[in-house]
Design a protein around this ligand. Structure first.
Ligand SMILES: Nc1ncnc2c1ncn2[C@@H]1O[C@H](COP(=O)(O)OP(=O)(O)OP(=O)(O)O)[C@@H](O)[C@H]1O
Ligand SMILES: [Mg+2]
Length: 258
């Protein structure tokens, strides 16, 4: 499936945030990067239909708002940047909730099996009966990602899924998102601050700057020393790793001549 935005504009009240964004989320991984407050989360909320921007958001060439809510819920799974819940649910129940649009009056053996498999894959099997309000930040993040995948969407929108995760889990989760995207033919968009992680998992990178797309393309085309200096005001050295992907080493803040 292709999810795309054409000349997308969005303002919170009188404050414009997105100023004419064109983006296409195709099968594969699309990374959205850029400094704080440039509008990455706002863009993902527009793409999943939570916010109503002007311009067009099209899923398979059809306006998002022409889909029934249950069709959208099934097609697009969105993981917000900040998680907050006071729901009294166990880890098992929370992941199962990802399948709420498919559940009938009882939970099928297939639903249970899928949730159990996800819990095992995410190293959460021992926590199945724990309440989600009693988890560490990283554990809660893993539950939220598992819940997003339990829906079996065709479009996956993940806003900073690495938040709260230690280094090992960051690598594991990103590899898992990449593998699932490829094996299931998903169209995945992921907002991420770690530019090297974006380089590692993305087919296409969009760099946002002040509510606009500064540039887009393959990681190698986009993640250049010039772009990093200009957008992030950081001097960096960009080399190429064994897989041909760019590897960014920040050197320091770019100093201006006084
Ligand atoms: N609900 C809201 N109401 C008003 N302004 C908002 C709201 N959410 C975000 N903003 C503002 O919109 C701008 C873009 O915010 P957004 O969260 O999209 O940025 P971001 O690129 O995701 O930033 P970060 O990297 O810090 O997550 C910011 O100036 C922010 O303060
Ligand atoms: Mg954000």
């Amino acid at each position: 499936m292709i999810l795309e935005a054409l000349q997308l504009h969005f303002a919170y009240g009188s404050m414009p945030v997105l100023k004419g964004i064109d983006i296409a989320v195709r099968p594969g991984v699309t990374a959205i990067v850029g400094p704080n407050a440039v509008g990455k989360s706002t863009l993902l909320r527009c793409l999943c239909g939570l916010l109503k921007p002007s311009g067009q958001v099209l899923l398979e060439n059809r306006d998002l708002h022409k889909y029934r809510p249950d069709e959208l819920t099934q097609a697009i799974s969105y993981l917000p940047q900040t998680l907050s819940t006071r729901a009294v649910l166990t880890v098992f129940e929370a992941v199962l909730l990802g399948r709420v649009h498919r559940l009938r009056w009882h939970v099928s053996a297939e639903d249970s099996r899928l949730v159990q498999t996800l819990l095992e894959e995410f190293g959460l099997a021992d926590l199945g009966e724990r309440y989600i309000t009693e988890l560490s930040g990283g554990q809660a993040q893993l539950v939220a990602i598992a819940q997003a995948l339990a829906r079996e969407p065709t479009v996956l929108l993940l806003d900073e899924p690495n938040t709260n995760l230690d280094l090992q889990h960051q690598f594991e989760i990103c590899a898992r998102i990449r593998d699932l995207t490829v094996s299931r033919g998903l169209s995945t968009a992921i907002s991420v601050h770690d530019i090297n992680m974006a380089a590692r998992i993305a087919d296409t990178v969009y760099v946002l700057e002040n509510g606009r797309v500064r540039c887009s393309g393959t990681p190698r085309d986009v993640l250049t020393e010039e772009m990093i200096a200009s957008v992030y005001h950081v001097s960096a050295r960009v080399t190429v790793d064994d897989d041909g992907r760019p590897l960014v080493t920040p050197v320091g803040l770019k100093t201006r001549a006084i």
